[in-house]
Design a protein around this ligand. Sequence first.
Ligand code: HEC
Ligand code: HEC
Ligand code: HEC
Ligand code: HEC
Ligand code: HEC
Length: 357
Amino acid sequence: MRTLGLRKGMRIALGIIVLLLASWFFSALIGTPEETASAQTPAEWVSSEQCRECHSQIWDEWAASPHANSWLNEDVRVQSDQFANKDCIDCHAPRPIFETGLGERVLPRSSRRAEGVDCLTCHLLPDGKMAGKIDNPRAACQPTTRRELQRVEMCSGCHDQHKTVQQWKATPFAEHNEGCMECHMPYRDGTPKSGRFHTMPGGHYIEMVRSAVTFMGERDGAGAPSVTITNVRGGHSYPTDERSRASDIWWRPLPADADTLNETGVAAGGGSWRHLHRIRDPYRHEKDIESTLLHFGESRTLAIDDPDADGGVEAVLVYKRSPYYRDPETGIAREIDAVTDPFEDAELVHRVKVGPR
Ligand code: HEC
Ligand code: HEC
Ligand code: HEC
Ligand code: HEC
Ligand code: HEC
């Protein structure tokens, strides 16, 4: 009996051990959210480099984008006198916007400025977690759902300086709640599951610029030829944001047989180029220049009223990231009338040909 009792006791003890082992094994396998969350106190996020290993595709897109270049950008460095003008640091090396408040003026950060407008700027929350579309306390970066990510206030703290957000508010896109992301952060394959592109293309991507406007040419019977530019898909005025952006229309007479295109995509042969129109928001000090921005939905028709336009005519629309046509040798800005090559410091957006009278 004694032996039997002992055996029974051992069986119970063994059973308990097996149960304990099993439950330990099971919990180690799945882990309860609380356990993992407390074991994983929010990591200290000090650099966007830390996001690279787990979010490599997004990281690559961002790293090649103007946002990642905002501190090192040569044009910005020259114009800010190597950031001796401290006002320029605010948006070009900003603190996290969830810390300063969405839609509020952003503040400058003092460390790792070379990372520019980085992952932490847009995603880091004051409690060390990441603003995302999902809650996942078990992921290393602890994403939490923040619907504000979808709102234009994500962009307006930095992008309303030249009224891009105000311009957008006046379009049907605002009415239909199609924010900046619709065009600047489309889904990779059209579905939410694939995530959003982080390249955020604008003036540095001529295809994006091209998609904003159409450019047509026609001749009304025996009259002068004309060109019409329409803002069909800029979600704001064209060209938006920087006052330094300019879009120029040039034209020239064409010989009847000018059909082949050269490497710039314009007809080979033809007379000299003449400037017809400039679309631009002037700098504040340029008091004698009026803003000619082309608002969303607006169409502008310009007649080419010149006896040289009686034959065939070619017209081009070009985009410039700097408003000046500088002399290549002296670097000094010239009057537009002194310029002979519209493609100097500019990219071709569209070209049209109008037949002879
Ligand atoms: C309120 C935020 C903000 C401040 C302050 C700011 N910028 Fe910018 N900057 C931007 C944004 C947003 C863009 C991108 C818009 C665009 O490209 O049109 C930009 C673009 C630029 C560009 C164009 C870069 C390129 O590659 O074409 C230059 C140059 C520039 N900034 C210079 C400056 C200088 C100089 C200062 C200080 C006097 C300054 N910025 C202050 C937000 C700011
Ligand atoms: C060790 C890997 C790891 C690191 C490092 C990491 N993350 Fe994550 N991140 C994840 C995982 C896993 C998820 C959850 C994915 C899921 O559940 O679909 C996630 C989700 C997210 C989400 C939410 C995604 C969504 O669909 O809404 C954001 C935003 C995010 N991470 C940003 C960052 C940023 C910014 C950094 C760097 C500061 C970072 N992460 C660092 C692994 C990581
Ligand atoms: C200029 C702001 C901005 C920057 C910079 C930025 N993001 Fe995002 N990110 C967003 C917005 C806005 C969304 C879209 C959220 C949504 O769809 O609700 C997003 C979405 C995400 C998502 C969800 C999945 C996806 O692809 O949509 C992840 C993960 C993420 N970002 C990680 C990063 C990482 C990592 C970096 C740096 C390499 C980074 N982000 C830089 C604004 C930014
Ligand atoms: C913290 C400030 C900040 C925030 C927030 C921000 N940006 Fe920017 N953005 C900049 C700066 C600065 C530049 C100019 C970078 C450069 O060229 O030097 C820029 C450039 C751009 C450009 C121009 C790209 C090009 O080709 O020149 C686009 C488009 C853009 N941002 C879209 C967005 C969108 C969309 C959002 C919101 C989801 C956003 N940005 C949020 C500061 C910001
Ligand atoms: C319907 C599509 C669409 C929407 C919506 C839209 N954009 Fe754009 N955006 C464009 C196109 C196309 C361009 C290129 C033409 C131009 O510069 O106007 C552009 C250019 C830009 C640039 C580049 C300017 C530069 O100088 O390089 C910035 C910055 C920008 N958008 C910010 C925004 C912001 C902020 C919002 C939301 C308030 C927004 N966009 C909404 C289509 C859109």
